[in-house]
Design a protein around this ligand. Structure first.
Ligand SMILES: [Zn+2]
Length: 82
Protein backbone atom coordinates (compact mmCIF):
# COMPACT_ATOMS: atom_id res chain seq x y z
CA UNK A 1 0.00 0.00 0.00
CA UNK A 2 1.39 3.34 -1.00
CA UNK A 3 0.46 6.55 0.77
CA UNK A 4 2.82 9.02 -0.76
CA UNK A 5 2.97 12.79 -0.87
CA UNK A 6 1.33 12.75 -4.29
CA UNK A 7 -1.75 11.15 -2.72
CA UNK A 8 -2.03 14.07 -0.31
CA UNK A 9 -1.69 16.54 -3.16
CA UNK A 10 -4.41 14.90 -5.18
CA UNK A 11 -6.54 14.86 -2.01
CA UNK A 12 -6.18 18.62 -1.70
CA UNK A 13 -7.01 18.99 -5.36
CA UNK A 14 -10.19 17.02 -4.81
CA UNK A 15 -11.19 19.32 -1.97
CA UNK A 16 -10.56 22.38 -4.10
CA UNK A 17 -12.50 20.88 -6.98
CA UNK A 18 -15.40 20.05 -4.66
CA UNK A 19 -15.42 23.62 -3.35
CA UNK A 20 -15.48 24.85 -6.93
CA UNK A 21 -18.42 22.58 -7.73
CA UNK A 22 -20.31 23.73 -4.65
CA UNK A 23 -19.70 27.33 -5.63
CA UNK A 24 -20.95 26.60 -9.15
CA UNK A 25 -24.03 24.80 -7.84
CA UNK A 26 -24.87 27.65 -5.51
CA UNK A 27 -24.66 30.06 -8.43
CA UNK A 28 -26.96 27.84 -10.50
CA UNK A 29 -29.43 27.57 -7.63
CA UNK A 30 -29.48 31.32 -7.07
CA UNK A 31 -30.10 31.81 -10.78
CA UNK A 32 -33.03 29.40 -10.65
CA UNK A 33 -34.45 31.02 -7.52
CA UNK A 34 -34.30 34.45 -9.06
CA UNK A 35 -36.26 33.07 -11.98
CA UNK A 36 -37.21 34.68 -15.25
CA UNK A 37 -36.43 38.22 -14.21
CA UNK A 38 -32.71 37.63 -13.85
CA UNK A 39 -32.28 35.01 -16.55
CA UNK A 40 -30.05 36.21 -19.31
CA UNK A 41 -32.03 36.55 -22.48
CA UNK A 42 -30.00 37.13 -25.59
CA UNK A 43 -30.96 39.63 -28.21
CA UNK A 44 -32.20 37.82 -31.28
CA UNK A 45 -30.41 40.27 -33.53
CA UNK A 46 -26.98 41.02 -32.00
CA UNK A 47 -26.84 38.23 -29.37
CA UNK A 48 -25.95 40.60 -26.58
CA UNK A 49 -27.77 40.08 -23.30
CA UNK A 50 -31.01 42.00 -23.05
CA UNK A 51 -30.95 44.19 -19.95
CA UNK A 52 -32.86 43.04 -16.91
CA UNK A 53 -34.61 46.39 -16.66
CA UNK A 54 -35.82 46.04 -20.23
CA UNK A 55 -37.10 42.54 -19.56
CA UNK A 56 -38.91 43.76 -16.47
CA UNK A 57 -40.60 46.44 -18.52
CA UNK A 58 -41.23 44.08 -21.42
CA UNK A 59 -40.86 40.37 -20.55
CA UNK A 60 -41.59 39.44 -24.16
CA UNK A 61 -38.65 41.45 -25.47
CA UNK A 62 -36.51 39.48 -27.91
CA UNK A 63 -34.29 42.39 -28.92
CA UNK A 64 -31.96 44.51 -26.83
CA UNK A 65 -32.79 48.17 -26.45
CA UNK A 66 -30.27 49.23 -29.10
CA UNK A 67 -31.59 46.84 -31.73
CA UNK A 68 -35.21 47.64 -30.91
CA UNK A 69 -34.49 51.34 -31.27
CA UNK A 70 -32.61 50.75 -34.51
CA UNK A 71 -35.39 48.64 -36.01
CA UNK A 72 -37.93 51.22 -34.96
CA UNK A 73 -35.99 53.92 -36.76
CA UNK A 74 -35.77 51.75 -39.87
CA UNK A 75 -39.48 51.02 -39.62
CA UNK A 76 -40.31 54.72 -39.39
CA UNK A 77 -38.06 55.45 -42.35
CA UNK A 78 -39.93 52.84 -44.38
CA UNK A 79 -43.24 54.34 -43.39
CA UNK A 80 -42.06 57.72 -44.56
CA UNK A 81 -41.04 56.21 -47.87
CA UNK A 82 -37.27 56.64 -47.64
ZN1 LIG B 1 -29.37 43.67 -30.02
Amino acid sequence: MKLSASDEVSGDAHVEHAAFLVDLTLKQISQQVNGPVSRTTMCRRCHNPIGVERLKANPQAVLCRDCAAELEVQHKKKQRGY
